[in-house]
Design a protein around this ligand. Structure first.
Ligand code: URA
Length: 255
């Protein structure tokens, strides 16, 4: 994360000389993340902080990066006629031409990167890069060690080739014993369920659901918790988003 003095940031953004900028600060016209900022020496992170003068967001940045905790019921698209889009959740976020990097199904929750950095999105989605994506999967029935081995070894989901080797870990045979860091919604019915953490290195259409279908344990609930180096911030409620930190952006770019 690279921090800058606020007066330098404002001067670089074209608001005047350092002394003109000091005057704006003194008058309380500048806000950082919604709070009036008066100290010229205050340190800001232009990658993460929202800096505005008289309500107008200032930016010397081309690209914006947000982590969204996608709720169920939203489609991963920029527009759609049938359902609300994930972009409608970021309507107040600065940055033009934002789009979601890849897709989560309408009923899938969790980590979605939203940006306007086309080249980075292209690299993250490229089948040649094999960026790891980790999901929490609540599946019907009792997933056995044999099932985990099948998921890990590569499985026929009706494509030309089996899925690439994956990592599968049983977190809890029943959701009642699920770790509290990832509380999952109840799916009801008192049925046997299993909670599995699955990491895959590719992103075929409905891949996780098709993998679990193939082992006879349909997915009841699906949540993505990481993509490459980016890990879902569990303090974000479903539907909430935040700007990535400078460190998060840097490590995504150097995966
Ligand atoms: N795999 C799926 O089946 N659905 C998703 O939303 C993501 C991965």
């Amino acid at each position: 994360m690279s921090l800058l003095r606020l007066d330098k940031f404002l001067a670089d953004a074209g608001l005047g000389t350092r002394s003109q900028v000091k005057l704006l600060l003194k008058k309380g016209l500048v806000t950082v993340n919604g709070e009036a900022a008066k100290r010229p020496e205050e340190k800001v992170d232009p990658e993460a902080d929202r800096i505005a003068c008289e309500g107008v967001l200032l930016s010397c940045r081309e690209f914006y990066y947000y982590m969204l905790n996608k709720p169920a019921g939203y489609v991963s698209a920029t527009d759609d006629n049938t359902a609300p889009t994930v972009l409608s959740l970021l309507k107040d976020a600065p940055g033009r031409d934002l789009f979601p990097v890849g897709r989560l199904d309408k009923d899938t929750e969790g980590l979605l990167l939203v940006t306007n950095d086309g080249p980075l999105a292209h690299r993250l989605l490229s089948p040649r890069q094999h960026v790891d994506k980790t999901y929490l999967v609540k599946a019907a029935g009792t997933v056995t060690a044999g099932d985990l081995a099948r998921l890990e070894g590569g499985i026929d989901i009706g494509e030309k080739a089996p899925t690439l080797p994956a990592k599968a870990r049983l977190l809890a045979p029943q959701t009642d014993a699920a770790p509290q860091t990832h509380p999952l919604p109840e799916t009801g019915g008192g049925q046997e369920t299993s909670l599995v953490e699955l990491t895959i290195h590719e992103g075929k259409f409905h891949q996780v659901k098709r993998m679990f279908q193939a082992i006879g344990h349909p997915v009841l609930y699906l949540k993505r918790i990481s993509m490459g180096s980016l890990v879902l911030d569990e303090s974000l409620a479903p539907g909430a988003f935040r700007a990535l930190t400078g460190d998060e952006v840097a490590s995504l770019k150097h995966f």
